[in-house]
Design a protein around this ligand. Structure first.
Ligand code: SF4
Length: 274
């Protein structure tokens, strides 16, 4: 299993739909136009970086990251809405000068870490790492268009959370869980909620066994050029960005008009060429 480097994004794409994995990670294709939800989510992460590390002013960061984005008519994710969500987050529920979490200290932000097991290198980038009441937690910021207690059920069996706890425990020697810090993005309602999914003892061993199994499946798919479409998940989390490509059977004109080349680096957890 030598020379395989994986991260949550790559694994998630593969498990959702092998065709999606092929288009994104083998052909390196991405839509020319980034979905507003993704751009807004990225800007919110940067804003949280400013707020939680106290290295900048939240609103200034939001304006810098999102102020020039052209939001399609009717899309709720406007800059004005973002500002109101931030104001509410800071006022009522937010990490505001250590008031909300009096015994919390940020010990790392945008923490990248990799661990190798059985020839598979697993990498991830954690939004924050904090010491909270003497224990270490990863912090993950989320934006959601529906937010209630059921929102957090998805993190109980969740590869992203599994990976964070695995990597954090390896880097810091312990990890009590992940603080999922979520805000609602809706036109008229404001809400912010948090939960801290944890994992059972023996998590690392189970994660590694699963990782090696997934890596074996990816290797097999690549060796055999087998990337079946999973049409049951084309509308998973909104519309799959490759819907047009699949709909028009990979027509070259569709690729040229709507997609561009961009390489995802699993080790760095970001686009490196695009
Ligand atoms: S549109 Fe559907 S079949 Fe095509 S890559 Fe996306 S999830 Fe897979």
């Amino acid at each position: 299993m030598a020379n395989m480097c994986l991260d949550y994004t790559t694994i998630s794409d593969f498990l959702i739909c092998r065709q999606k994995y092929y288009l994104r990670h083998r052909l390196n294709l991405v839509p020319k136009q980034t979905a507003t939800a993704l751009t807004f989510g990225g800007a919110w992460h940067k804003t949280m970086e400013s707020v939680w590390t106290e290295k900048g002013k939240g609103e200034e960061t939001l304006i810098k990251e999102y102020g020039k984005v052209e939001v399609p008519l009717g899309d709720k994710r406007t800059l004005e809405l973002g500002k109101k969500v931030l104001e509410n987050y800071l006022k009522e529920k937010g990490y505001n000068g250590h008031e909300f979490y009096p015994n919390m200290e940020v010990i790392g932000s945008e923490v990248s870490h990799c661990k190798e097991f059985d020839g598979v290198r697993y990498c991830g980038r954690m939004d924050k790492v904090v010491r909270w009441d003497g224990s270490i937690y990863v912090v993950e910021h989320k934006t959601a268009s529906q937010l209630g207690f059921t929102f957090f059920l998805q993190f109980e069996l969740n590869h992203q959370i599994d990976g964070y706890i695995y990597l954090c425990a390896d880097k810091y020697g312990e990890c009590a869980g992940v603080l999922v810090d979520a805000v609602l993005i809706a036109k008229t309602k404001f809400n912010a909620m948090r939960d801290t999914p944890t994992r059972m003892p023996g998590h690392a061993e189970r994660f590694e066994a699963e990782l090696v199994d997934i890596a074996r499946n990816i290797r097999w798919a690549n060796d055999n050029e087998s990337y079946p479409k999973n049409k049951s998940l084309c509308q998973y989390y909104g519309e799959c960005p490759y819907r047009d490509l699949c709909l028009y059977h990979g027509d070259k004109r569709v690729i040229e008009a709507r997609y561009k080349k961009s390489v995802w680096d699993a080790k760095m957890g970001k686009e490196v060429v695009g």
